[in-house]
Design a protein around this ligand. Structure first.
Ligand code: HEM
Length: 160
């Protein structure tokens, strides 16, 4: 809220042009995608020939998954990976996005088939979160903690 008040103020709604200045908000979104990557196993690839990945023989026809959730919580890479700490992605955040070789952070996949919707997705997430924060007063009901249990699903129908 502090950043929003400082960069945008209370007299108008946040706009697309404000987002580059909302660096902490961007870090919050990045850290959320680190801890809870929606595509936690990416999109599988099928080896079209025998190959070797990190010393493992992978026969032709094998399905290969990138375990994004495991990468994002790797103790060798991240300090206290189970803690929500947006600051860790504040400085280095931009270089973690796409088109680079930072394979330890891959919420949008990596390589030639990485997510083409990354810019749109980020824009929508940043604008939605900042508008929600600006327009609402969010509190936790009673003493209860927010339920952060993961539920992965993909659906295109309206749930009853
Ligand atoms: C938070 C939002 C999103 C996340 C976390 C996400 C994540 C991903 C991931 C992990 C992949 C697989 C990349 C790979 O295999 O290396 C992917 C692929 C893809 N995404 Fe997204 N995505 C998001 C939003 C979007 C949006 C908004 C669009 C379109 C407007 C989109 C369109 C696609 C398409 C078309 C592919 C397939 C690309 C290909 O196989 O060449 N995504 N996404």
């Amino acid at each position: 809220m502090e950043e929003l008040n400082q960069e945008v103020g209370r007299e108008r709604w946040v706009r697309e042009g404000d987002i580059p200045n909302l660096v902490y908000l961007q870090a919050v979104v990045k850290e959320t995608l680190r801890m809870y990557p929606p595509g936690h196993l990416g999109v599988p690839r099928e080896a079209n020939e025998d190959c070797c990945i990190a010393g493992y023989h992978v026969p032709k026809g094998t399905w290969v998954f990138l375990n994004v959730l495991r990468l994002h919580r790797d103790l060798g890479t991240w300090n206290s990976p189970l803690e929500f700490m947006p600051k860790r992605l504040l400085v280095s955040g931009a270089e973690y996005l796409i088109g680079n070789k930072k394979f330890e952070y891959a919420p949008f996949g990596k390589g030639r088939r990485d997510c083409p919707g990354v810019l749109m997705a980020n824009q929508v997430m940043h604008l939605t979160l900042s508008t929600l924060l600006q327009g609402s007063h969010l509190t936790v009901s009673g003493d209860s903690l927010v339920d952060m249990t993961k539920h992965y699903t993909v659906t295109t129908r309206v749930l009853a």
